[in-house]
Design a binder for this molecule. Structure first.
Ligand code: MEV
Length: 306
């Protein structure tokens, strides 16, 4: 028998970074997927296709250690999760699209399905957070929340997850070639907050109010009201110091193609998103990988094959 699972990537439309400090974020699941396959085995092992690596017989590739630690916790709680695990992913990694969360969520779902024949989403989320905390230090939890539950989500640490009713939409995503560290970007914003507390609080308060308005606009399909809120957040992220010349060039290219654009995720490199009149053709994001992605998708899914 074996268990299979898949979990979606995410895009934060507005509110990243502020959400780490108690603000709100609005995020949607997108149609890029991480997958996991699990088979019973007397030894715990983990293999990944991209980036390649393995954990077996006490040796573990560094990028897989957080996921392996999560599996060890899982096996301690659910002995039948002992097995051989294989990962693959179609999500650009370390670019702000929630690749690490989607991988952790799909792995947790495969392990629970192997052990129990079923993977309740609240349990999947709880286990995925073990790996996310090791990788990112102080994650808000929004990335694994979107990947686990899917759809469009209004999220804050204190208010939790509010699922929104959102019709299908398309985003243009421009991604740079170099990966960057979410933990480092989150720490740079924490440093900004320490040195300019009053300014940070004022930005966060405005952001949370605007994120709530953006959620209403998204639910009613009112792109015209969403666009200025997206632009406001790009300005705020620039002030926080997490934009970059590369991201600014993607934002400018998408804006001149008629979209409202901003960086997404931790910034410092990675991806920018464009929402709006994408029908006018692909923007010329210089030296970027350009994708069209669709939202919202369902959340994590798992199957058992005997
Ligand atoms: C990363 O996708 C989003 C951040 O807000 C970090 C987090 O929420 O954990 C930068």
């Amino acid at each position: 028998m074996r268990a299979l699972s898949r979990a979606p990537a995410k895009v934060i439309l507005v509110g990243e970074h502020f959400v780490v400090h108690g603000g709100r974020a609005l995020a949607v699941s997108i149609d890029l997927w991480a997958t996991a396959v699990a088979e019973p085995s007397p030894q715990l092992s983990l293999e990944s296709e991209d980036p390649p690596g393995a954990c077996r017989a006490g040796e573990c590739a560094p990028h897989l250690r957080p996921l392996h630690a999560m599996l060890e916790d899982m096996v301690a709680d659910h002995p039948r999760a002992l097995g051989r695990y294989r990962l693959s992913s179609g999500i650009p990694q370390a670019r702000g699209l929630g690749s690490s969360a989607a991988t952790a969520v799909s792995l947790a779902a495969a392990a629970l399905a192997l052990a129990e024949g079923d993977a309740p989403r609240d349990d999947v989320y709880r286990y995925a957070m073990i790996s996310e905390r090791i990788i990112h230090g102080n994650p808000s939890g929004v990335d694994p929340a979107v990947s686990t539950y899917g759809g469009a989500i209004l999220y804050s640490k204190s208010e939790g997850i509010r699922r929104l009713s959102v019709g299908p939409g398309e985003l243009v995503v421009c991604c740079g070639a170099s990966p960057r560290s979410t933990a480092a970007m989150v720490e740079s914003v924490a440093e900004f907050r320490r040195s300019r507390e009053g300014l940070f609080e004022a930005l966060m308060e405005s952001s949370s109010d605007l994120v709530a308005r953006a959620s209403e606009a998204l639910e009613s399909g009112d792109v015209a009201s969403l666009a200025p809120i997206i632009r406001w957040h790009q300005g705020a992220l620039r002030v926080l110091g997490v934009s970059s010349p590369e991201l600014e060039s993607y934002v400018a290219a998408m804006e001149s193609s008629g979209m409202a654009a901003k960086l997404t995720g931790a910034g410092g490199g990675g991806c920018a998103i464009g929402l709006g009149d994408a029908a006018r053709g692909d923007p010329r994001c210089p030296s970027a990988m350009i994708m069209r992605v669709h939202y919202p998708t369902g959340g994590v899914e798992s199957w058992v094959q005997s």
